[in-house]
Design a protein around this ligand. Structure first.
Ligand SMILES: Cc1cc2nc3c(=O)[nH]c(=O)nc-3n(C[C@H](O)[C@H](O)[C@H](O)COP(=O)(O)OP(=O)(O)OC[C@H]3O[C@@H](n4cnc5c(N)ncnc54)[C@H](O)[C@@H]3O)c2cc1C
Length: 395
């Protein structure tokens, strides 16, 4: 995404006095090779850690052979406590011809950039890949089954995202019932009672990632599942098999890398020392790496009202932020949701350049219990995109 973001920005360089940037293009094989290199180097670093700590690693596919037994390639190993961290796998929806589609795992290994991509699923993964490929020149169509893309988003943020999708040349259709995918990758569907076809060179199946627990034969250990994940309590302990713990995508709370990194040590300590700490997702910043990106923490305006809170909002367009103006990145908005009277910050949503970083400042302010006006009265570095958050709280 970051490469395409740079490309998108550079292409607008004409107004900044750069010449020739409108003809920039993406070298897909180089992009994929660089991604592979980054992933390999990152994994090598991570893989070296257990050995440094003297922890033996078995390479192989594990599955339960009994409540305390795990078999790996025909050999059984037993343990008093077991932590499941087997992640998730992309869903292949039960649509006739779904075998002709690819998942995100395969898309990131494609040798060629597809000229036309149909994405089935308007959730975060479908949108992230859709935006990246669309700005990189692929003709992208997103087919979403529900009435809107990314249903959890704030309404105004979604409107701005849809506006950007138009600029990127994307087609987004909602209320779609995909009926089949042809051998030639044509996607057949019904929209508002009408039969429609979308031609594609690749079809991305982005309809969710179920937890990867069922192949472990969890029934042999008495592990109860909930929506394909291990059903755990607040200590990440299986509710039906107390000697089993689960973390990350296997525990199914939130599918985010920092969640897995946070939950892993917490579950291991709870398993070894007897439930010491509960999970806490009270303040949970997250981002969607569309172009522009979206950062969010806490409640949206709609969620706050649903909870019966007297919610007010402050909003600021990136247009009013000098750093955004200097950078020629004025498409964006900061929205702060706060409680009337107390001025408690209930949530912050940002769409625009560096939204993913700006929202982290908001997360710290919420954690520290700062009022909206207290953040608004703070000094900040000028000119910065982050300054938009302080200015929003000042208004
Ligand atoms: C396209 C995409 C984009 C994403 N973008 C973001 C993002 O921007 N930010 C973010 O925070 N998160 C993102 N995520 C989510 C994030 O990658 C996951 O939430 C995170 O990797 C979960 O970590 P985990 O340790 O639970 O599982 P994983 O990282 O999936 O690790 C599970 C490991 O278990 C191994 N395994 C599975 N079954 C067995 C078995 N039977 N025996 C032995 N080993 C087994 C697997 O091979 C794998 O190595 C993204 C995910 C996808 C697919």
């Amino acid at each position: 995404m970051s490469t395409v973001e740079l490309l998108t920005r550079a292409r607008r360089g004409n107004t900044l006095g750069l010449r020739g940037t409108e003809n920039l293009s993406l070298d897909w094989p180089v992009l994929i090779a660089r991604k592979d290199d980054i992933v390999t180097r990152w994994s090598q670093g991570k893989n070296a850690t257990p050995a440094k700590l003297g922890i033996p690693v078995l390479q192989g596919v594990g599955a339960f052979a009994g409540p305390h037994e795990v078999s790996v390639d025909g050999r059984n190993y037993s343990a008093e406590k077991i932590v499941i961290a087997t992640g998730s796998t992309p869903a292949r929806p039960p649509i006739p011809g779904s075998a002709y589609g690819i998942t995100s795992d395969e898309l990131i290994h494609l040798e060629q950039q597809p000229a036309r991509l149909v994405v089935i699923g308007g959730g975060f993964i479908g949108l992230e890949f859709g935006f990246a490929l669309a700005w990189a020149g692929t003709q992208v169509t997103i087919l979403q089954s529900g009435p809107q893309i990314a249903p959890a988003l704030d309404e105004e943020i979604r409107e701005l995202l849809l506006k950007s999708s138009e600029e990127a040349g994307m087609v987004i259709r909602t209320g779609v019932n995909v009926t089949s995918i042809g051998r030639d990758k044509t996607v057949n569907c019904e929209i508002a009672g009408q039969t429609k076809q979308f031609a594609a060179d690749e079809v991305l199946l982005a309809t969710g990632r179920p937890s990867n627990v069922e192949p472990l034969r969890p029934e042999l250990a008495g592990i109860e599942l909930e929506h394909s994940a291990v059903k755990v309590n607040d200590y990440l302990q299986s509710v039906s098999a107390p000697h089993i713990y689960a973390v990350g995508d296997a525990a199914g709370k939130h599918q985010h890398s920092p969640v897995a990194w946070y939950e892993g040590p917490l579950a291991a300590r709870n398993a070894l020392r007897g439930n010491e700490r509960k999970i806490d997702f009270g303040i949970f910043p997250s981002a969607i790496f569309t172009i522009p990106a979206i950062g969010q923490v806490g409640l949206t305006e709609a969620e706050a009202r649903k909870r019966g809170l007297d919610a007010r909002t402050s909003k600021l367009s990136y247009d009013s932020n000098p750093a955004a103006g200097v950078r020629n990145e004025t498409d964006g908005m900061v929205k702060v949701v706060y409680e009337a009277g107390t001025e408690r910050i209930l949530g912050v949503q940002v769409i625009g350049a560096h939204a993913e970083d700006i929202v982290q400042i908001a997360a710290v302010a919420i954690k520290g219990g700062l009022k909206k006006s207290e953040v608004g009265a703070m000094h900040y570095v000028f000119p910065t995109l982050g300054g938009a958050l302080f200015d929003t709280m000042a208004s």
